[in-house]
Design a protein around this ligand. Sequence first.
Ligand SMILES: CC(C)(COP(=O)(O)OP(=O)(O)OC[C@H]1O[C@@H](n2cnc3c(N)ncnc32)[C@H](O)[C@@H]1OP(=O)(O)O)[C@@H](O)C(=O)NCCC(=O)NCCS
Length: 180
Amino acid sequence: MEIELFKFEKERYSRFDKDLMAIETACFHPNIQETTHCKKKLLTLEDAIVFLARDNKIVGESYALPLNRYKKYPDAQKLIYYYEQRNMKALYHVSLAVLPEYRNKGIGRKLLHSLLNEGRQRGYDVLVAHARIGASLALHVAFGAKVMGSYPNWFKTGDTYCLCEIPLKNSRLGDMRPKG
Ligand SMILES: CC(C)(COP(=O)(O)OP(=O)(O)OC[C@H]1O[C@@H](n2cnc3c(N)ncnc32)[C@H](O)[C@@H]1OP(=O)(O)O)[C@@H](O)C(=O)NCCC(=O)NCCS
């Protein structure tokens, strides 16, 4: 299967609208799904970093925003303050999702890899995420994430999410590669 990864251009949002909402409903608990309106707003923000994976339709997404642009998670102000105090530029990973029938083929890893490299090129010090325990956390850890806290029953989804941070600078390699 040949999956194409590409950087999303906001001008083309309407072409992908339906596929992106299909990912939302297939991949996330109803309590944390974005509405059509919100998703469009987030993905078309000037400073959003968005990568999509395509087969005959969009099958995966990964996007991130400057930490102070997305405040829907618990302790948002505390986290923003934490990085401001340290003079660190932080990028918040809003979504990593792959349609169920396309999982475990390395698409999530490639999407995260692209996002990390782009974040680093744009001068961010860290990528911050609330990663769900399971494949998502495993992928973040594979790229060097440090776990900073955990949130059981995240938004009453029944799932535990871990707050984690991936450093983007001072990496030994020219391009980030997963550890191990
Ligand atoms: C997280 C997600 C995007 C991963 O996508 P994917 O394309 O399957 O990811 P990959 O195939 O690149 O890698 C998955 C890795 O997780 C591992 N994995 C899968 N299920 C796992 C589990 N329950 N616990 C730990 N690791 C797991 C796989 O072994 C694989 O690691 P490997 O490459 O070292 O073998 C996908 O599972 C998903 O969309 N989940 C639902 C949405 C979600 O929870 N998003 C994250 C919210 S923070």
